[in-house]
Design a protein around this ligand. Structure first.
Ligand code: ATP
Ligand code: MG
Length: 382
């Protein structure tokens, strides 16, 4: 095999100029990640496909699969011809390497461009020279033959990519990350939708150890396998928490924590020119994530609050976390800032008016500004 064929999806739904912009970004991302991993390659663009000519096709496939916007990749033979006879001859010479004696097969042909034969003809011509049992509905092996203009691509399997949109085509978001299982997944899902993600973590050091900071750094490192460089904001939260602990009844504390987080997040988003906030909240998973409480929390910000996990079950989230590679880090024990000074059963149906009244006891602006003065910003890359 002499390369990798790449299929990309959702882009087709867009208008021509938007599609071109997306293709450009996808190609830029492909070039970046292949170079970064030391792959030698040449790129050939085709409508709806990209072909990467490279000897290191196995390693390239593994890298390409993780690039958003790519639906599948296939280790592949590239023939610089659309001539039926030549394609047939190639398959005749090689099929014994593809299909064992006792195995059945099917040819899946596809054709794009102007040719004097149909894809049906193509399938028949290739099938004819393969001396194995045909089984179209449930074959042991499939031979994919794609003719596109003057090129032919032949492959035997496709490896699924994540789909989505090329990273960098959907603008910026600020994603709140806790060190738990959920928020790395929600951050990743936004990347998958083409957003550049800036991470924001609130920590309670020195009230607790620096464990959550170390965890979040490790998580950011994993996420930087998908986005080139990740900016991670670390914001000290303990002063706000101590103030809340002193003045606010226990059952409301978690909601106030969250409201402060969103206020600070909004300010950071402004600075980063990010257009939305992202959380790992999933409806009713914990008491702070009931519908009334989500409303109370987001009341402090004008930015859209995106919650990619809102309709997902915990098992689905865990499966994704394992797939992404964040799970093992997320489950390491840590003292969560949000469990500090918080009772077992916080309010589940808080009302905005009540919470606002309580907040009058606090110097909200000053607390926010003080926290912002002490942020630390890291740039994390693989
Ligand atoms: P996670 O697994 O992401 O911690 P969770 O189900 O445990 O989520 P919570 O701990 O209630 O839920 O947090 C809900 C969301 O609030 C998190 O997904 C995250 O987006 C945000 N969040 C919570 N704690 C922090 C923190 N210390 N720093 C930044 N964001 C946080
Ligand atoms: Mg958590």
């Amino acid at each position: 095999m002499n390369g990798v064929l790449i299929a990309y999806g959702e882009l087709f739904l867009k208008s021509e100029p938007v599609r071109r912009r997306f293709e450009k970004k996808l190609l830029e991302n492909i070039r970046y990640w292949l170079r970064k991993n030391g792959i030698e390659f040449k790129v050939q663009r085709k409508r709806g496909r990209i072909f990467i000519e490279t000897k290191q096709f196995k390693k390239a496939c593994e890298i390409l699969r993780k690039i958003f916007g790519i639906v599948w990749v296939a280790p592949c033979y590239h023939l610089k011809t659309s001539n039926l006879k030549e394609i047939q001859e190639f398959c005749r010479k090689n099929y014994k390497n593809w299909i064992k004696k006792n195995e059945s097969f099917a040819v899946r042909a596809r054709r794009v461009g102007k040719h004097d034969y149909t894809s049906q003809d193509l399938a028949e011509v290739v099938g004819k020279v393969i001396d194995r049992k045909v089984n179209l509905s449930n074959p042991d092996k499939e031979i994919f033959v794609e003719v596109r203009d003057d090129d032919c691509y032949i492959y035997l399997e496709t490896l699924k990519g994540y789909g989505g949109l090329p990273l960098g085509t959907s603008g910026k978001v600020v994603s709140l990350i806790s060190g738990g299982i959920d928020s790395p997944v929600s951050s990743w899902l936004m990347m998958k939708k083409g957003c550049e993600v800036t991470l924001l973590h609130f920590h309670s050091f020195p009230l607790v150890s620096k464990a959550s900071i170390e965890k979040v750094k490790e998580l950011a490192k994993i996420l930087s396998e998908y986005q080139r460089i990740i900016k991670l904001y670390l914001v000290p939260f303990h002063k706000i928490q101590l103030e809340i602990k002193t003045k606010i009844p226990a059952k409301y504390r978690i909601l106030l924590y969250r409201r402060f987080m969103f206020r600070i997040a909004e300010r950071i988003a402004e600075k980063e020119k990010a257009k939305a906030l992202v959380t790992g909240e999933s409806l009713a998973q914990v008491s702070s994530q009931t519908l009334p409480n989500l409303a109370v929390i987001e009341e402090v910000t004008k930015l859209p609050v995106l919650r990619p996990l809102i309709g997902m079950d915990k098992v689905e989230i865990v499966d994704l976390a394992k797939e992404i590679g964040t799970y093992e880090i997320s489950i390491k024990p840590q003292e969560d800032c949000c469990s500090l000074f918080v009772p077992k059963h916080p309010a589940t149906k808080a009302r905005v008016e009540v919470v606002k009244e309580l907040e009058k006891k606090l110097k909200v602006k000053k607390l926010v500004n003080d926290a912002l003065k002490n942020v630390e910003v890291l740039r994390i890359s693989k």
